[in-house]
Design a binder for this molecule. Structure first.
Ligand SMILES: [Mg+2]
Length: 235
Protein backbone atom coordinates (compact mmCIF):
# COMPACT_ATOMS: atom_id res chain seq x y z
CA UNK A 1 0.00 0.00 0.00
CA UNK A 2 2.97 2.32 -0.15
CA UNK A 3 3.88 5.00 -1.05
CA UNK A 4 1.95 7.22 1.29
CA UNK A 5 -1.38 8.56 0.00
CA UNK A 6 -2.35 12.22 -0.36
CA UNK A 7 -4.43 12.10 2.82
CA UNK A 8 -4.82 9.91 5.88
CA UNK A 9 -7.90 10.08 8.10
CA UNK A 10 -7.28 8.83 11.61
CA UNK A 11 -9.56 7.80 14.47
CA UNK A 12 -8.83 9.03 18.03
CA UNK A 13 -9.78 6.51 20.76
CA UNK A 14 -7.89 3.21 20.71
CA UNK A 15 -6.05 4.40 17.60
CA UNK A 16 -4.08 7.46 18.81
CA UNK A 17 -5.06 7.35 22.49
CA UNK A 18 -4.90 4.36 24.85
CA UNK A 19 -8.58 4.60 25.67
CA UNK A 20 -9.95 1.18 26.64
CA UNK A 21 -6.93 -0.05 28.64
CA UNK A 22 -6.58 3.22 30.55
CA UNK A 23 -10.33 3.15 31.20
CA UNK A 24 -10.01 -0.37 32.62
CA UNK A 25 -7.21 0.76 34.94
CA UNK A 26 -9.36 3.61 36.27
CA UNK A 27 -12.37 1.31 36.80
CA UNK A 28 -10.03 -1.06 38.70
CA UNK A 29 -8.83 1.68 41.03
CA UNK A 30 -12.41 2.89 41.65
CA UNK A 31 -13.47 -0.68 42.48
CA UNK A 32 -10.65 -0.94 45.03
CA UNK A 33 -11.77 2.27 46.72
CA UNK A 34 -15.45 1.22 46.86
CA UNK A 35 -14.94 -2.46 47.70
CA UNK A 36 -15.54 -1.99 51.43
CA UNK A 37 -18.74 0.00 50.91
CA UNK A 38 -20.05 -2.45 48.29
CA UNK A 39 -19.14 -5.37 50.52
CA UNK A 40 -17.55 -7.40 47.70
CA UNK A 41 -13.96 -8.05 46.71
CA UNK A 42 -12.37 -5.77 44.08
CA UNK A 43 -12.08 -8.87 41.89
CA UNK A 44 -15.86 -9.49 42.00
CA UNK A 45 -16.59 -5.82 41.35
CA UNK A 46 -14.14 -5.67 38.43
CA UNK A 47 -15.73 -8.72 36.82
CA UNK A 48 -19.22 -7.22 37.17
CA UNK A 49 -18.06 -3.85 35.79
CA UNK A 50 -16.38 -5.57 32.81
CA UNK A 51 -19.56 -7.50 32.01
CA UNK A 52 -21.65 -4.32 32.30
CA UNK A 53 -19.26 -2.33 30.06
CA UNK A 54 -19.35 -5.08 27.42
CA UNK A 55 -23.14 -5.37 27.55
CA UNK A 56 -23.64 -1.61 27.47
CA UNK A 57 -21.21 -0.63 24.71
CA UNK A 58 -21.82 -3.61 22.39
CA UNK A 59 -25.47 -2.59 22.04
CA UNK A 60 -25.55 -0.20 19.03
CA UNK A 61 -28.43 1.94 20.35
CA UNK A 62 -26.94 2.33 23.81
CA UNK A 63 -23.54 3.01 22.26
CA UNK A 64 -24.96 5.79 20.05
CA UNK A 65 -26.72 7.50 22.96
CA UNK A 66 -24.10 6.75 25.61
CA UNK A 67 -21.10 8.10 23.73
CA UNK A 68 -22.84 11.47 23.49
CA UNK A 69 -23.67 11.45 27.23
CA UNK A 70 -20.80 9.73 28.99
CA UNK A 71 -21.88 10.93 32.43
CA UNK A 72 -25.20 9.09 32.07
CA UNK A 73 -23.53 6.07 30.45
CA UNK A 74 -21.09 5.63 33.35
CA UNK A 75 -23.86 5.71 35.94
CA UNK A 76 -25.85 3.19 33.90
CA UNK A 77 -22.84 0.86 33.62
CA UNK A 78 -22.14 1.02 37.36
CA UNK A 79 -25.82 0.49 38.14
CA UNK A 80 -25.92 -2.62 35.92
CA UNK A 81 -22.88 -3.98 37.77
CA UNK A 82 -24.22 -3.12 41.24
CA UNK A 83 -27.58 -4.67 40.45
CA UNK A 84 -25.83 -7.86 39.41
CA UNK A 85 -24.06 -7.80 42.78
CA UNK A 86 -27.31 -6.99 44.58
CA UNK A 87 -25.78 -3.79 45.98
CA UNK A 88 -27.50 -0.92 44.17
CA UNK A 89 -27.92 1.39 47.18
CA UNK A 90 -29.11 4.97 46.95
CA UNK A 91 -26.52 7.18 45.32
CA UNK A 92 -23.76 4.56 45.24
CA UNK A 93 -23.76 4.24 41.44
CA UNK A 94 -23.49 8.02 41.06
CA UNK A 95 -20.61 8.32 43.53
CA UNK A 96 -18.74 5.39 41.98
CA UNK A 97 -19.20 6.86 38.48
CA UNK A 98 -18.11 10.31 39.71
CA UNK A 99 -14.97 8.83 41.23
CA UNK A 100 -14.18 7.25 37.86
CA UNK A 101 -14.90 10.47 35.95
CA UNK A 102 -12.57 12.55 38.14
CA UNK A 103 -9.62 10.30 37.29
CA UNK A 104 -10.52 9.35 33.74
CA UNK A 105 -9.07 12.22 31.71
CA UNK A 106 -5.71 12.28 33.50
CA UNK A 107 -5.23 8.55 32.96
CA UNK A 108 -5.50 8.65 29.16
CA UNK A 109 -2.28 8.90 27.14
CA UNK A 110 -1.28 8.45 23.50
CA UNK A 111 0.01 5.01 22.49
CA UNK A 112 3.84 4.88 22.27
CA UNK A 113 4.98 6.42 18.99
CA UNK A 114 1.54 7.67 17.95
CA UNK A 115 2.25 11.40 18.16
CA UNK A 116 5.69 10.97 16.55
CA UNK A 117 4.09 9.05 13.66
CA UNK A 118 1.54 11.80 13.08
CA UNK A 119 4.31 14.43 13.10
CA UNK A 120 6.30 12.35 10.60
CA UNK A 121 3.32 11.98 8.24
CA UNK A 122 2.72 15.73 8.46
CA UNK A 123 6.37 16.39 7.71
CA UNK A 124 6.06 14.14 4.64
CA UNK A 125 3.28 16.39 3.34
CA UNK A 126 0.40 13.97 3.91
CA UNK A 127 -2.86 15.81 4.61
CA UNK A 128 -4.26 14.65 7.94
CA UNK A 129 -7.86 14.48 9.14
CA UNK A 130 -8.95 13.41 12.61
CA UNK A 131 -12.42 11.84 12.79
CA UNK A 132 -13.77 10.99 16.23
CA UNK A 133 -17.17 9.78 17.33
CA UNK A 134 -18.42 10.96 20.71
CA UNK A 135 -19.49 13.87 22.87
CA UNK A 136 -18.22 17.23 21.54
CA UNK A 137 -16.68 18.76 24.68
CA UNK A 138 -15.15 15.46 25.90
CA UNK A 139 -13.48 14.66 22.59
CA UNK A 140 -12.41 18.26 22.01
CA UNK A 141 -10.74 18.30 25.43
CA UNK A 142 -8.57 15.32 24.42
CA UNK A 143 -7.75 16.87 21.03
CA UNK A 144 -6.60 20.08 22.71
CA UNK A 145 -4.77 18.42 25.59
CA UNK A 146 -2.49 16.46 23.27
CA UNK A 147 -2.06 19.30 20.75
CA UNK A 148 -3.75 17.30 17.99
CA UNK A 149 -5.53 20.38 16.63
CA UNK A 150 -2.10 21.72 15.63
CA UNK A 151 -1.00 18.46 14.00
CA UNK A 152 -4.12 17.78 11.91
CA UNK A 153 -5.35 19.84 8.97
CA UNK A 154 -8.94 19.19 10.01
CA UNK A 155 -10.71 17.72 13.05
CA UNK A 156 -14.26 16.35 12.91
CA UNK A 157 -16.03 15.34 16.12
CA UNK A 158 -19.44 13.66 16.03
CA UNK A 159 -20.93 15.80 18.81
CA UNK A 160 -19.88 19.01 17.06
CA UNK A 161 -20.66 17.95 13.48
CA UNK A 162 -24.07 16.46 14.23
CA UNK A 163 -23.42 12.98 12.86
CA UNK A 164 -20.75 10.34 13.25
CA UNK A 165 -19.11 7.35 11.60
CA UNK A 166 -20.21 5.22 9.78
CA UNK A 167 -22.41 7.88 8.09
CA UNK A 168 -20.90 8.47 4.64
CA UNK A 169 -21.38 12.23 5.00
CA UNK A 170 -18.75 12.31 7.73
CA UNK A 171 -16.04 10.92 5.44
CA UNK A 172 -17.25 12.95 2.45
CA UNK A 173 -17.14 16.15 4.47
CA UNK A 174 -13.59 15.43 5.62
CA UNK A 175 -12.40 14.56 2.11
CA UNK A 176 -13.99 17.78 0.81
CA UNK A 177 -12.33 19.80 3.54
CA UNK A 178 -8.93 18.33 2.69
CA UNK A 179 -9.58 18.59 -1.07
CA UNK A 180 -8.78 14.92 -1.70
CA UNK A 181 -10.62 12.15 -3.59
CA UNK A 182 -11.58 8.97 -1.73
CA UNK A 183 -9.22 6.93 -3.93
CA UNK A 184 -6.29 9.01 -2.68
CA UNK A 185 -7.05 8.59 1.02
CA UNK A 186 -6.63 6.01 3.75
CA UNK A 187 -8.79 5.63 6.85
CA UNK A 188 -7.04 4.25 9.93
CA UNK A 189 -8.93 3.05 13.00
CA UNK A 190 -9.79 0.22 15.37
CA UNK A 191 -13.52 -0.15 14.61
CA UNK A 192 -14.27 -2.51 11.71
CA UNK A 193 -17.73 -1.07 11.03
CA UNK A 194 -16.80 2.57 11.31
CA UNK A 195 -13.27 2.68 9.98
CA UNK A 196 -13.01 -0.24 7.56
CA UNK A 197 -16.35 -1.16 6.05
CA UNK A 198 -17.81 2.35 5.70
CA UNK A 199 -14.75 4.07 4.17
CA UNK A 200 -14.06 1.14 1.80
CA UNK A 201 -17.60 1.51 0.51
CA UNK A 202 -16.65 5.05 -0.53
CA UNK A 203 -13.50 3.90 -2.32
CA UNK A 204 -10.96 4.62 0.40
CA UNK A 205 -8.31 2.18 1.57
CA UNK A 206 -8.89 1.05 5.15
CA UNK A 207 -6.23 0.15 7.69
CA UNK A 208 -7.45 -1.66 10.78
CA UNK A 209 -5.65 -1.01 14.06
CA UNK A 210 -5.72 -4.33 15.92
CA UNK A 211 -4.27 -2.74 19.08
CA UNK A 212 -5.13 -5.79 21.18
CA UNK A 213 -3.52 -8.19 18.72
CA UNK A 214 -6.58 -10.41 18.63
CA UNK A 215 -6.67 -10.87 14.87
CA UNK A 216 -9.57 -10.33 12.51
CA UNK A 217 -12.78 -11.81 13.99
CA UNK A 218 -14.63 -14.41 11.85
CA UNK A 219 -17.69 -12.14 11.66
CA UNK A 220 -15.72 -9.09 10.46
CA UNK A 221 -17.96 -6.90 8.27
CA UNK A 222 -15.14 -6.27 5.76
CA UNK A 223 -11.56 -7.22 4.94
CA UNK A 224 -9.11 -4.44 5.86
CA UNK A 225 -6.60 -3.46 3.17
CA UNK A 226 -3.96 -3.72 5.87
CA UNK A 227 -3.80 -4.65 9.56
CA UNK A 228 -1.42 -2.97 12.00
CA UNK A 229 -0.91 -3.18 15.76
CA UNK A 230 -0.01 0.49 16.18
CA UNK A 231 0.14 3.69 14.17
CA UNK A 232 3.93 3.65 14.10
CA UNK A 233 3.79 0.75 11.61
CA UNK A 234 2.61 3.27 9.01
CA UNK A 235 6.12 4.69 8.61
MG1 LIG B 1 -11.56 4.04 18.04
Amino acid sequence: MNPLPQAILIDLDDTILDSTDSSTRVWRSAAARFAHEIGRSPHEINAAIDRARDAYWSDPDRNAAGRLNLYRARIDVVRMALQELGQDHDGLAERFADDYTRRRVDAMQPFPGAIETIKHLRHKGVKLGLISNGHGPSQREKVTRFGLDRLFDAVLIEGEFGMGKPDARVFEHMLDTLGVDAQDAWMVGDNLDWEVEAPQRLGMKAIWVDWQGRGLPPDAPAEPDRIIRSLSELI
